[in-house]
Design a protein around this ligand. Structure first.
Ligand code: NAD
Length: 251
């Protein structure tokens, strides 16, 4: 199949809904073969029916045995999109150790686990260019921007950016590109969960839109399009970057 990702294999974590799901669909539309993974098997099942180029596997990215199993099964993908993450609301005064551990486990360590599992395979590839493109999900709420009530989330997503740059620097000349993406507020199922969790859905909806200068939320498809670009050889001169895709929130 023709397309910007023709001939490439990709693995996406947390792919059952939201940005991960939209990215899987965008990748297969560009000719990739995709292994879509998530902890939620039921939600993944519908994705498998979308396109024959998609295979699905249950993967809890916080579980090393699960990561090892998928690495053994999936071989060495050309593209790895680490999409997992959870938003804790609150200031430093709201943080308890259990939440700190969970945020760093899912938002940061999971990306590390996945990259660690596949790096030996990438390094073993014969060519010294274009071996792999890794895209790590960060957020605008990170080292890019301090967002009120996102202490733990912003701290963990800043770590993703640091990890991305460190990894990119180590493998600059070994054919492994590593970039992070930093979305603003994106219309996904968990965003609506967060709006409901405030107890006043309408007010929260208004506030989320209000903080976006364009007066609208981003779409998962818009974020997916950036991931496809970073996954493709068109972006071959880009590595170690944290790319904002935020409707001008950071301007
Ligand atoms: P989402 O929060 O709606 O869905 C998250 C998915 O992660 C679900 O399918 C869930 O089953 C899966 N998941 C949960 N725990 C898991 C685990 N242990 N192992 C594997 N999968 C697991 O998706 P979203 O809103 O598109 O967010 C995806 C990523 O984008 C997250 O890292 C999030 O922080 C980041 N992000 C989102 C926004 C936004 O506004 N939606 C903005 C910036 C960054």
């Amino acid at each position: 199949m023709a397309g910007r990702l023709a001939g490439k294999t990709a693995l996406v974590t947390s792919a059952a809904q939201g940005i991960g799901r939209a990215t899987v669909l965008a990748m297969v539309a560009e000719g990739a073969t995709v292994v879509a993974t998530d902890i939620n098997e039921a939600a993944l099942a519908s994705l498998a029916n979308e396109n024959a180029a998609i295979t699905t596997h249950k993967l809890d990215v916080t579980n090393q045995a699960d990561v090892d199993a998928i690495a053994a099964k999936a071989g060495t993908p050309d593209v790895l999109f680490n999409c997992s993450g959870y938003v804790h609301a609150g200031t430093i005064m709201d943080v308890v150790d259990k939440d700190w551990d969970f945020a760093f486990e899912l938002n940061v360590r999971a990306h590390y686990r996945m990259m660690r599992a596949f790096t030996p395979g990438w390094l073993a590839k014969a060519s010294n260019t274009g071996k792999a493109s890794v895209i790590n999900m960060a957020s605008l709420a990170s080292s890019v921007k301090g967002v009120p009530n996102r202490f733990l989330y912003g701290t963990s997503k800043a770590a993703v950016i640091g990890m991305t740059k460190a990894m990119a620097a180590d493998f600059l000349n070994k054919g492994i590109r590593v970039n992070a993406i930093c979305p603003g507020t994106v219309d996904t199922p968990s965003l609506h969960d967060r709006m409901r969790a405030t107890g006043d859905y309408e007010a929260a909806h208004k506030a989320f839109i209000g903080r976006q200068p364009m007066g609208r939320l981003g779409t998962a498809a818009e974020i997916a399009a950036l991931v496809v670009y970073l996954a493709s050889d068109e972006s071959g001169f880009i590595t170690g970057q944290a790319i904002n895709i935020d409707g001008g929130w950071s301007v």
